[in-house]
Write a protein that binds this ligand. Sequence first.
Ligand code: ARG
Length: 463
Amino acid sequence: MADKPWDGRFAEKTDRSVEDFTASIDVDRRLYAYDIEGSVAHCRMLARTGIITDEEASELIQGLGRIRREIEHGDFEFDPGLEDIHMHIETRLVQEVGKVAQKLHTARSRNDQVAVDIRLYLREEILHIIADLAALRRVMVDLAKIHIDTVLPGYTHLQRAQPVLLAHHFMAYYEMLTRDGERFRDARRRVDVMPLGSAALAGTTYPIDRDYTAELLDFSEVSANSLDAVADRDFAIECVSAAAISMMHLSRCSEELILWSSAEFGFIDLPDAFATGSSIMPQKKNPDVPELVRGKTGRVYGDLMALLSMMKALPLAYNRDMQEDKEPIFDALDTLSSCLRIYTKMLPRMRVNTEKMMAAGSSGYLNATDLADYLVNKGMAFREAHNCAGRAVGHAFAKGKELHETDLDELRGFSNLIQEDVYDALQTRQTIDRRTSAGGTATANVRKAIEIAEKTLDGEVQT
Ligand code: ARG
C-alpha cells in the first residue's frame, strides 16, 4: 500500500477498497504528458522567482523527463493506491531525484494540476477534431462537385417537396460541419486559459509569476479568479457540447444514408467494405457504419448530460465529483473523431444511383410550386396561384399523370393564363435552375458555393 502525501494527519491507512474506489489512474494516465509539461513549467517558474534554486529546478526537470520516457516505453508501474496521474508522477519523482522532488508541489495543488492538464489536452485535441472536420468537409465538397448534375427529391416531413441538386444537399452538410469547426475554435479560446497557481482554491503566499508559467505553456491568458479556476469545467462542457452538436449532424446524415440505401429508396449503395452481412439471411447487406454513428450520438449526448449533471450542484471550489469529468470528455471527443474519420473514408466510396434519384426527383408533383410561380409571373396573386396549381395537381393525380404530362387544354381549364411555355417551367432542370435566390439550389449558385468552400478550405490549410 502506497504512502499518501496526507499521511501526517491520518491515524489509519486508507482501506484498500477505498483506494480502488477513488482511483482515477486508469482514465487519467492518458494525461501524463500534459501533467509533466505543466510540472516542468511550474518548476521553471519556481526557479525564476527564486522559490527554488536553478539546480533544484534542473534536477526536477531532468527527473520529469526520465519519467516521461519511462511511461512512453511502458516501463512505468501504475498503482491504484496512488490514485491519479499527478500522484504517480510526483511519487516516482521522489524515487528518481530524492528529497528535492518534494519541492515541486510548492504553490500548487492537484486541483490546479488537473485543470491545467485537461486544458492542455483539449487545446491540442480540438485541433485534431478541427482537422478531422476539415477532411470531411472536403469530402462533402468533392461529392458536391461530382454530383453537380444529379437531381435529388428534396424533402420536408420526409415527403417529396421540390427537386434539389444532390450537390446542394452535400453542401448543406458542408455548412453544418463548418459551423461545428467554428464552435470548436470558439470553445478553444476559453480552453486557452492558464489555471496553475490557484493553489487549491485561494491563491498562494509565495511570490509566483503566473504570467511566466502561462508564457511557458503558451497559454493566451491567466485565469482571473483562483476559486473559479479550480471549480470551472465550462470549457470542457463547451467542447463536449460542440461534439454533441457535431454528432447530431453526423447522425442526421446517417439516417439519410440508412434510408437511401434501403430497397424502398434505392438511391445509394454503400461500399461492401463498409457494410456487414447477416449471419442468417444471405441476401442482406446492412448499413452498420451509419447505424453505429447514429447510435454513438446517443452516447455523446450522455457524456454531455453526465458533465452538466455532475456540475450542477457543486459548491465552489473543487469537489471530488469532478474527477468524473475525464471519461465523458475523452469519450465524447474520441467518439466524434472516430465517426468523422470513418465517414471521411466511407463517403467517397458510396455509389449513387443517379437515375433512380432523378426519377424520384422528377415525379410526384415536385413541380407544383413551379406551376404556381408560373401563374404568379403571368400576373396572378400567389395564394390564388397556389390554389389553382393545387386543383391541377388533384386533377392530374386522379388521371394518374404528372403535371407535365397533362394536356395544355386540361391545364388551361384551371387558368387561361397557362400557355405552351408552361412545359418549360415544369421541367425538373428548370425548377432547379430558376431557384437562383441567394442560398438556393440553382446550379450556378451551387457552383459558386463549391468555389467559396474550396477557397475556404485551402485558406484553412495555409493558416
Ligand atoms: N484526480 C483528481 C481529479 O481528477 C485530481 C484532483 C484531486 N484533488 C483533490 N483534492 N482530491 O479531479
